[in-house]
Ligand binder design. Sequence first.
Ligand SMILES: Nc1nc2c(ncn2[C@@H]2O[C@H](COP(=O)(O)OP(=O)(O)OP(=O)(O)O)[C@@H](O)[C@H]2O)c(=O)[nH]1
Ligand SMILES: [Mg+2]
Length: 283
Amino acid sequence: MRDGAVVNLFAASPAAQRRPRVSVVIPTYNEAKNLPHVFGLLPEDVHQVIVVDGHSVDGTIEVAQALRPDVTIVRQNRRGKGNAMACGFAAVTGDVVVMLDADGSADPREIARYVDALLDGADFAKGSRFIAGGGSDDITPMRAWGNRWLNRIVNVLYGTRYTDLCYGYNAFWSYCLPSLELEVADRGRTEKLWGDGFEIETIINTRVAKAGMRITEVPSFEFERIFGQSNLNTWRDGFRVLRALLVERFNGKGAVIDRRSPVSIVPAQAIRPAQALANVQSA
Ligand SMILES: Nc1nc2c(ncn2[C@@H]2O[C@H](COP(=O)(O)OP(=O)(O)OP(=O)(O)O)[C@@H](O)[C@H]2O)c(=O)[nH]1
Ligand SMILES: [Mg+2]
């Protein structure tokens, strides 16, 4: 069910007394028509909404600013969803980071569910379409088949028990950011580099496992994109995911988690935020 009232994140939460500040990171590539729907369903009490734009030409940034004057706009420095997420993470000021797509597939009202999982003790709350309470209107049989195999591989290689490797709706405490070791430095390049594409979710999911994080899966329902077209190519991006599973097994990335890091994040050295922050523009 797509329509309905906006939720208040903490109204029904038993942990109402502990109110983490939630930063929502939304990657956008030509999503102007979808933003009214997505923004309209965001919980009223989110701390920060970060739109990371990838050179949209449909007025996405202007629409975001008109809908929400307090939005933080980040212009990504290279290309691809992975680079967008890394740039967005570098601008986070909250205690909790939520990764939310802008195409209407992910329901912002589920954010409360993710935050509850974190308050219940998880470091990383991973969305899954394939556990009780989850589902999808969007996934094709071919992609579901590919996802199943990639899932088996990740669970064998990393000792995880994931049910939905290739899903982009996740949330985590901002003290996890250093362990992700994502890089936004330019290195003088503007084209898409390794890690900048849709393999980002696999890179994050494997690094949080390597870092020894407490991971909880949260049921999530994926709707069809409302307007526009998918940027994902099943075979090309499927092979990038497979490659990421192999590369990540041996590259030593995924620093051991330090839960003593201040919860209010100062982006870690490993994230090297200089370039992304230079691109940050608060409306
Ligand atoms: N900033 C930025 N955002 C991107 C880029 N590519 C995709 N996105 C955004 O990332 C989110 C997911 O992209 P989609 O194209 O919907 O891909 P998907 O959801 O993985 O695949 P589908 O299930 O086919 O929709 C959307 O909000 C896109 O606008 C990019 O290169 N830069
Ligand atoms: Mg999508």
